[in-house]
Design a protein around this ligand. Structure first.
Ligand code: GLC
Length: 569
């Protein structure tokens, strides 16, 4: 298996998530908290279900599909940001943390969603984007108006260098300098992402208090927890030093300079202490760059190309490397240090079937193989909208069809660096964030039943045969496989709380492991290849077949992409 890039796997898995506690170091020997026993589902609100025909998904649309989500077996819905936003980065640029964007509905709709979900045993998790706001947020408008306003110190402002240039050589994650000049103040402000997303100044206690108030407000509304966006970037190194250039233009990626800076945990512990006591909420963080010294394998080797260029390159990787990443996270991080989220997809990554499986993999068989991995690991699994139907990447023939600003910027960068349009587009097909953001496919009617209007992003062409309605009726569908696995997970605590032991670590094709708790042992075997493979069936002694994606399973053999679960009591 070649053609996938370890760096990207690294990014997927290295996002070390914390739940119930801030930081990755909290032991939880007997996981019996509600959020440890459930399955979470990410809703990309803009793309899930449109109730009013404007082409944009909304809260009423989500309410109308709550039964679908309950039947799938999920207990948590993480909603991507649905606050008032100019949408420079699809809602990750928040102009008002206390109001719902009218495109998505009203506060009454949100309250209704929280209560309707609650009556089905489902909790809502809000996305808290606290590293930055929108440049249209009144906090920033006031801060940027002059140096002597009440909020002058709420963002990160610095004087130009003597020649008028930006204070240092940091490059934003979405490309270009991480600094933008502001005339009114005669200073630059820092932005880890777009110029429209200025970074908040967490050094200022008033900022930390304002953010705490936001979290408390939403706890008061009855949410079950928070997903903390880009949280490892909130603390910047003192002195804002230049970074070692990692691109031809002398710039240094800001994420290498600011992720997980010493002292960040003081902020997070204080935040946790201020919002969590007396509640049963959990927090899950997008924590790129946590403990790289402990987890070098998660990041990968050969960091010799600037990140933008890596985006166009393919790098070989092997299943044993992927297994090592998962096993390290299961054994070291999870078992000894606490609890984590397990995921293969989110709205920032391409679809996992394209990413992790051979190009000739059958879509449905591949979707079931990956589902088995996702739902039998220790931790709380996070399913990305559409993953349960076996969605694959879109491969549109023109960059103009893509919406995501980061994808477009990376494409432009590749062209400037001399890649042909065809090569740059091939990179887009592999890595565009739009692939996980296309509208949900509900049925085979126009626009896949997502909207009666014109969808904000095109629906994937495969909706006629990949959709929820047809998969519900097909006992062999990816959807029904997810439902079976979710049921198995509920019935067998070994699959949630159990110890994890990897089998056959050197095997190039099979990912196999056991999960063991309270005298029950599950053996999970997943064939990542499109060939029939064999293994030593001694690991199945005393065990019975519970589920096989191939229908039946012969001990010692796995069909192409087969996933099988055996149980010994
Ligand atoms: C996180 C989000 C991503 C967003 C970025 C800036 O990485 O997951 O979608 O673009 O933060 O807020």
């Amino acid at each position: 298996m070649k053609h996938r890039k370890l760096k990207w796997i690294g990014l997927l898995i290295a996002v070390c998530l914390f739940m119930g506690s801030v930081g990755c170091g909290y032991a939880s020997a007997a996981p019996d908290l509600w959020w440890q026993k459930t399955i979470a589902y990410e809703i990309y609100v803009k793309s899930f279900k449109d109730s009013d025909g404007d082409g944009i998904g909304d809260l009423r649309g989500i309410i109308s599909e709550l039964d679908y989500l309950r039947d799938l077996g999920v207990g948590v819905l993480w909603l991507t940001p649905c606050y008032v936003s100019p949408q420079a980065d699809n809602g990750y640029d928040i102009a008002d943390y206390y109001r719902i964007d009218p495109a998505y509905g009203t506060m009454a709709d949100m309250e209704n969603l929280i209560s309707e979900a609650g009556s089905r045993g489902i909790r809502i998790v809000m996305d808290l984007v606290f590293n930055h706001t929108s440049n249209q947020n009144p906090w920033f408008l006031e801060s940027s108006a002059g140096r002597d306003t009440d909020k002058s110190d709420w963002y990160i402002w610095m004087d130009p260098r003597e020649d008028g240039s930006a204070p240092n050589n940091w490059r934003s994650i979405f490309g270009g300098s991480a600094w933008t000049y502001n005339e009114a103040r005669g200073q630059y402000y820092l932005h880890t992402f777009l110029p429209e997303q200025p970074d908040l100044n967490w050094e200022n206690p008033a900022v930390r208090q304002a953010l705490t108030d936001v979290a408390r407000f939403w706890i008061g509304k009855g949410v079950g927890g928070f997903r903390m966006d880009a949280i490892t970037y909130i603390k910047k190194p003192s002195g804002f030093p230049d970074g070692e250039p990692d691109a031809g233009d002398g710039t240094a990626g800001i994420h290498k300079m600011t992720a997980n800076t010493d002292g960040i945990l003081d902020y997070l512990h204080a935040f946790k202490a201020a919002v969590q006591p007396g509640t049963d909420i959990f927090m899950v963080g997008e924590t790129n760059g946590v403990s790289p010294e402990d987890l070098p394998v998660w990041i990968g080797e050969n960091d010799d190309l600037p990140d933008e260029m890596k985006w166009c390159e393919r790098r070989a990787w092997s299943l044993p490397e992927l297994k090592e990443i998962f096993s390290a996270s299961q054994q070291k991080a999870l078992l000894t240090n606490g609890w984590a989220a397990v995921f293969l997809e989110n709205h920032d990554q391409p679809r996992s079937i394209n990413h992790f499986l051979p190009e000739n993999a059958d879509r449905a068989a591949g979707g079931k193989a990956l589902a088995t991995l996702l739902l039998t690991m220790r931790g709380t699994p996070f399913i990305m909208e559409g993953e349960e139907l076996g969605f694959v990447n879109v491969a549109w023939d023109s960059i103009g069809r893509y919406n995501d600003v980061s994808t477009r910027n990376h494409y432009d960068f590749a062209i400037r660096e001399g890649y042909t349009a065809e090569e740059a587009l091939a990179g887009v097909h592999r890595f565009a964030r739009d692939s996980s953001r296309t509208p949900m496919q509900w049925d085979d009617t126009a626009n896949a039943g997502f909207t009666a209007g014109t969808p904000w992003l095109p629906v994937s062409d495969d909706y006629a045969w990949v959709n929820a309605a047809s998969e519900k009726n097909d006992p062999d569908s990816v959807l029904n496989w997810y439902i079976s696995l979710a049921g198995l997970r509920r019935e067998h605590p070994a699959l949630t709380a159990g110890d994890y032991t990897e089998l056959f670590p050197e095997d190039e094709n099979i990912f196999a492991y056991t999960r063991e708790a309270d005298g029950e042992k599950a053996v999970i075997l997943i064939n990542f290849s499109t060939e029939t493979v064999s293994y030593d069936p001694a690991c199945l002694e005393g065990a019975e077949l519970m589920l096989s994606s191939a229908g039946e399973s012969r001990p010692g053999t796995l069909q192409p992409l087969e996933a099988a679960i055996y149980l010994a009591r």
